[in-house]
Write a protein that binds this ligand. Structure first.
Ligand code: NAP
Length: 271
């Protein structure tokens, strides 16, 4: 909280942002950073108490308007109701951050249909519900910018096949929409590497972080590092960027034994 904000306090002046999953972890920090950059914000998820405390914290820290509203992104009617509610309470949404999501580690052979459907329903179908409902309003209004939080995609995600499939789906969806909805609505993704939020700790054993030394920047990320990337892509500073994915992952996306031709030539990595 005491860390200085990276962006000018008027970067997003006059804009209103919606952050799904904004009551916890990455989403909460994204909403805070957007507000610190001058946006009014709405945070939406299922647990009202967490959303209210996030909105209180954002108001206190930034002086911006911050409202909390409940939604289940898997349920299209709930998303429509959210759009109507926010229209009344805070006005048109200029910036949508699709951050709500979740998964659990499982070997693909042991994955039950219910687990598969739950993860794809939230991470892909839920993201689509929110994107279409709010994207439609942006297109009919003043335009806008959409940033979806995905995960490091492109090399598979063994142990998280359901989420990998859903997140890659969101990336291709975003690229498709970037064309269909450009130039009025920009559509981009942020792909975080591991960030130790409460959601992360609930889903994974500490052991999963063992491989962190192989990431080019050998540490976990911070919520602020992810939030800064979202704020950049959402803002006019990224006005000619659409259909793009920004990895905020310490280089995890290029990690692997085929990356360095001569690993011994890099003793500073402790190989
Ligand atoms: N932390 C990481 O290392 C990491 C890395 C890559 C990607 N991500 C992704 O980044 C996002 C945020 O992660 P996090 O670490 O901050 O975890 P988190 O605290 O568990 O955040 C997930 C948020 O999504 C909301 N949510 C889940 N299902 C929902 C639904 N059906 N409708 C509405 N809201 C829903 C949750 O709120 P309610 O339960 O109250 O609805 C919660 O606020 C997630 O999509 C996560 O998968 C995280």
């Amino acid at each position: 909280m005491s860390e200085r904000f990276a962006f000018a306090p008027d970067l997003l002046a006059g804009k209103t942002a919606l952050v799904t999953g904004g009551g916890t972890g990455l989403g909460r920090e994204i909403a805070l950073v957007l507000a610190a950059a001058g946006a009014d914000v709405a945070v939406a998820a299922r647990r009202r108490d967490l959303l209210e405390s996030a909105a209180d914290e954002i108001r206190a820290a930034t002086g911006r308007r911050a409202v909390a509203a409940t939604v289940n992104i898997r349920d299209r009617e709930s998303v429509e109701a959210l759009a109507a509610e926010l229209g009344e309470r805070i006005g048109p949404i200029d910036v949508l951050v699709n951050n709500a999501g979740g998964q659990f580690p499982v070997r693909a052979r042991e994955l039950k249909p219910k687990g598969w459907h739950a993860v794809v329903d939230t991470n892909l179908n839920g993201t689509w519900n929110v994107t279409q409902v709010f994207g439609d309003r942006m297109l009919a209004g003043a335009g806008g910018s959409i940033v979806s939080i995905i995960a490091v995609v492109g090399r598979g995600f063994p142990g998280l096949a359901h989420s990998a499939a859903a997140r890659a789906g969101v990336l291709e969806l975003s690229r498709s929409l970037a064309y269909e909805w450009g130039p009025r609505v920009r559509v981009n993704c942020v792909a975080p590497g591991p960030v130790v939020t409460q959601g992360f700790q609930k889903a994974y054993e500490q052991e999963i972080l063992k491989g962190i030394r192989d990431i080019p920047i050998s540490r976990v990320g911070t919520v602020r590092e992810v939030a800064n990337a979202v704020a950049f892509l959402a803002s006019p500073a990224a006005s000619w960027i659409t259909g793009e994915v920004l990895y905020v992952a310490g280089g995890q996306q290029i990690q692997g034994p085929n990356q360095a031709l001569f690993p011994a030539a890099f003793p500073e990595r402790g190989e």
